[in-house]
Design a protein around this ligand. Structure first.
Ligand code: EPZ
Length: 430
């Protein structure tokens, strides 16, 4: 099992290139099968979740051609199987985007019902409500969602919960329905907009993505496209908090600063200097930072996917901070690990009270999930001494060459797979 070993205490300094947004890419790859023509997608992050979804897509008969690490060509004309097995869903929940894509294109899809995951129970009732509103018969049998329609028809739909996944999944199906669909109370995340832009580049007619109401005029056919995925605002934000926690000076390159506003605002609030450029943001952290309050909310609120990274940073700030996690119920597990590094934290329900400490001391910790894992790496970089992070397979699901990027900023981190590797690292860093 691979681990990260980190010698902390060195401020991260320099420039780091941010890759394409994983969560946009997952939906865009699924949507790419909705035409029989060839689609080329660029700025794809080379991370495990993407590679598993590409396997699922070729598994149903689509042509998937990897042009290079960040570019893929997909042709969905050969699809002969409308069923996505539990193996894929278990590895990566977002395979459920193939439900909306297949249902939209073929009026039929079967996808294993995803269970909960490490961060929460994650129901998908809103997705199913949307498909039903479009006229599909949706049943759950033997662990599978089976959705079928003679012809999907436009509808007026109000989501009960603001959901990224439901907004995107139903938007895909509605893109090829008969007539006009109006979806209200939708998610406004940048990746929702990116998926809408991608579908429009294939000939769909979607308006309003990025606002509370999306209007979709169904089209009969979609066509070929070439598309470049937006930068990953969560990867960018992770490096911004890494700069803050290590008292560093990091410029995140190839980003859309507008997408980072909630993160930037909190960094400024706690005392960092943040400079915005056209496609870059620089974070400078000097001296002891200050406490604040954070509540996770749908975009443009503070993202749940950045909650562990700010949590680690606040644990090193002056005074008492509070975090309220209002999206997923299980996103505080990293705080127990952080306590092993000396953090002073009390959790009650979905709120955490964090009493800032002067510093962390390195320890062996486990990554409970993707973002929490990245946050524990930040903690290790800020800590005194050696930290070992176990279960980095979670981190590898969503961060491309994470350790290499950190090393390019002066961080001392290595991916190791044996006791010998650990000893070699310890010898090297002294
Ligand atoms: C997406 O998950 C992201 N995943 C998550 O990123 C992210 O944390 C989340 O959005 C919130 O921003 C992908 O894009 C692949 P939701 P998603 O549907 O779509 C409830 C990461 O680390 N809900 O917006 O599953 C749900 O329980 C990950 O990259 C329902 O009740 O999230 C939650 O409380 C992890 N019924 C809230 O809505 C539904 O049918 C928001 O979930 C759907 C959701």
């Amino acid at each position: 099992m691979e681990q990260y070993i980190i010698k902390g205490g060195t401020p991260l300094v320099g420039e780091v290139q941010i890759g394409g947004a994983k969560n946009a890419a997952l939906a865009i790859l699924a949507a790419a099968i909705m035409t029989d023509e060839t689609v080329t997608i660029d700025n794809l992050p080379d991370v495990n979740d993407i590679n598993v979804l590409l396997e699922a897509i070729s598994g149903i008969g689509a042509m998937v051609q990897r042009i290079d690490r960040h570019t893929v060509r997909i042709n969905g004309s050969g699809i002969g199987d409308f069923s996505i097995e539990y193996d894929y869903i278990k590895k990566i929940r977002a395979s459920y985007y193939l439900l909306g894509a297949l249902l939209g294109k073929y009026n039929k899809a079967e996808v294993a019902l995803p269970g909960g995951c490490n961060i929460g129970s994650r129901p998908i009732d809103q997705h199913l409500k949307g498909f039903k509103a479009l006229g599909a018969d949706v049943v759950i049998e033997h662990g599978k969602i089976i959705a079928e329609a003679e012809q999907l028809r436009g509808t007026h739909l109000y989501f009960d919960v603001v959901s990224v996944g439901a907004t995107i999944n139903v938007m895909m199906a509605a893109a090829m329905a008969d007539g006009l669909t109006i979806m209200e109370n939708v998610a406004k995340e940048p990746h929702v907009v990116d998926v809408a832009n991608f579908l429009n580049s294939m000939g769909a007619n979607i308006k309003g993505a990025g606002t509370d109401i999306i209007k979709i005029r169904g089209v009969k056919k979609l066509h070929k496209a070439e598309y470049s995925i937006i930068p990953d605002q969560i990867e960018a934000g992770t490096f911004m908090f890494a700069a803050a926690a290590t008292k560093g000076d990091v410029t995140v390159m190839n980003v859309i600063p507008k997408h980072l506003e909630a993160t930037t605002a909190k960094l400024v609030e706690i005392g960092c200097e943040v400079e915005e450029f056209d496609d870059a943001v620089r974070v400078v952290s000097k001296g002891r930072l200050n406490h604040t309050q954070v509540k996770t909310l749908p975009y443009p609120g503070f993202p749940t996917d950045m909650q562990p990274q700010i949590g680690v940073t606040l644990a090193l700030c002056n005074g008492t901070s509070t975090i309220t996690e209002s999206i997923f119920e299980n996103r505080f597990k990293y705080l127990d690990e952080l306590a092993r590094m000396g953090a002073n934290i009390k959790i009650e329900g979905n709120s955490a009270t964090i009493e800032g400490v002067e510093g962390f001391s390195g320890a062996r910790v486990s990554a409970p999930d993707l973002r929490a894992g990245a946050a524990l790496v930040i903690a290790g970089l800020a800590a005194d001494g050696i930290t070992i992070v176990d279960d980095i397979v979670y981190i590898q699901r969503g961060y491309e060459r994470f350790e290499e990027k950190i090393r390019s900023l002066g961080g001392m981190i290595e991916k190791v797979a044996s006791e010998k590797d650990i000893q070699k690292f310890q010898f090297k860093v002294g």
